[in-house]
Design a protein around this ligand. Sequence first.
Ligand code: IPD
Ligand code: CA
Ligand code: CA
Length: 252
Amino acid sequence: MDIRDVMDLVRQAKVFVQNRDMAEHIKVKGPADYVTQVDTNIQNFLSEKLHELAPDIQFLGEEEGLHAMSGDTFWILDPIDGTTNLIHDYQHSTISLGLYDKGEIVMGIIYDPFREEIFHAEKGKGSFRNGEPIHVAAAETLGDTIISIGTAPYQKELAHENFQKFERIFTKCQDIRRTGSAAMDLAYAACGRTGGFFEARLQPWDFAAGMLLVEEAGGKVTRFDGSRINPTEPGEILATNGKLHEELQRLL
Ligand code: IPD
Ligand code: CA
Ligand code: CA
């Protein structure tokens, strides 16, 4: 399978993102957690097209009905990462697609239809933005860089602990950022726009593609305590350029 064929399919989903009527058809999934017709239409479109492209590969998508993880190899799709942004027309949402194979992510694509940026990586082949190779930031210390944070908005019970972490890190780095799309945060860490990103609770579809992008761009991705991530399990994510990893781990 050629990754360029997969990237073409992901780009075709832009028409759904541009449809404001669909974005205004909203269902509530949980506290502060919504799904729109854009999310479900993209998932249906891509699951069908990916099946035509590679019939043997199973599919795991965030939205209803396609939750099962089965087999050794499957796609992991977040049809819209940044649904709250999409609802408010905040223009920071991405499509995130990873390919899981026997314990690791081997392909990752993150597409930002608002800026026409497509990030991609394949295991062992590096990371790219619109076809050009990308690398993590050169920053040696937090004082040299900005850090993006995820607020874990569906776990408001973690807010106090999270905001203490943000304060500790904010006072050491140049500034913090919050985009509202974890996949975008990971892509930005991969191309060196930030020194790193962390969030206390993410799902496999939020980080699968981004994790590979950061690693292939020369960075490091672990749980907060530095342990290895099983990409099928939800949890914390700490992604950095590698050089900042220990400093951030101490502050988390
Ligand atoms: C969310 C976004 C957000 C992050 C949340 C995610 P969704 O994904 O990535 O930035 O803070 O933890 O769940 O719900 O928009 O797909
Ligand atoms: Ca998501
Ligand atoms: Ca989503």
